[in-house]
Design a protein around this ligand. Structure first.
Ligand code: GNR
Ligand code: NI
Length: 170
């Protein structure tokens, strides 16, 4: 396993659409998921999309366990949203690719999802609460969308300008 660098906005690679895993989930995909999980734990974060480490594949890892709970890694290959509730709720989001910026985003409260797990088994699940927030945030990454893209232009520019300033200071 390896910790890999996380891409930071406005890196153009974060804007690209990730491609589905074709065929079965292989050991190479599992090695990527292992690296993603280790990178996410190290950051630390609760979710990570493959494109955040520069791999444009429709793969996500997540662990929503609190620090006092045992680790509970989850793996998502080719996730799809089958249904989303009309009801939306705000949640204060952050992103490892938009460091040190947090703001409320409204998303459907409930979603029904389908994906393949670490072993390539197809799963259908209902998600709500933080799970629903996180899977929608991660699936946005697969489309090249960041949480700041859901904010007003003013707020988005503010977040991006801060990152550009930080980069110039390096
Ligand atoms: O670690 C993360 N925390 C988080 C908090 C609220 C809503 C979404 C997230 S996901 C984020 C990690 C990340 O950037 N995943 O893409
Ligand atoms: Ni993110």
């Amino acid at each position: 396993m390896a910790i890999r660098p996380i891409l930071v906005a406005p890196d153009p690679r974060l804007k690209q659409k990730s491609v589905p895993v074709e065929g079965p989930v292989t050991d190479a995909h599992r090695r990527l998921m292992d690296d993603m999980l280790e990178t996410m734990y190290d950051a630390p974060g609760i979710g990570l999309a493959a494109i955040q480490i520069g791999e444009p594949l429709r793969i996500i890892v997540m662990d929503l366990a609190r620090e006092d709970e045992p680790k509970a890694p989850r793996y998502f290959v080719n996730p799809e949203i089958l249904w989303a509730s009309e009801e939306v709720v705000p949640y204060e989001e952050g992103c490892l690719s938009v460091p040190d910026y947090y703001d409320d985003v409204e998303r459907p409260r409930h979603v029904k999802i389908r994906y393949m797990d670490y072993n390539g088994k197809q799963i259908e699940e209902d998600a709500e609460g933080l799970y629903a927030v996180c899977i929608q945030h991660e699936m946005d990454h697969l489309e090249g969308v960041l949480f700041i893209d859901h904010l007003s232009r003013l707020k988005r520019e503010k977040a991006l300008n801060k990152l550009k300033k930080q980069r110039r200071a390096l």
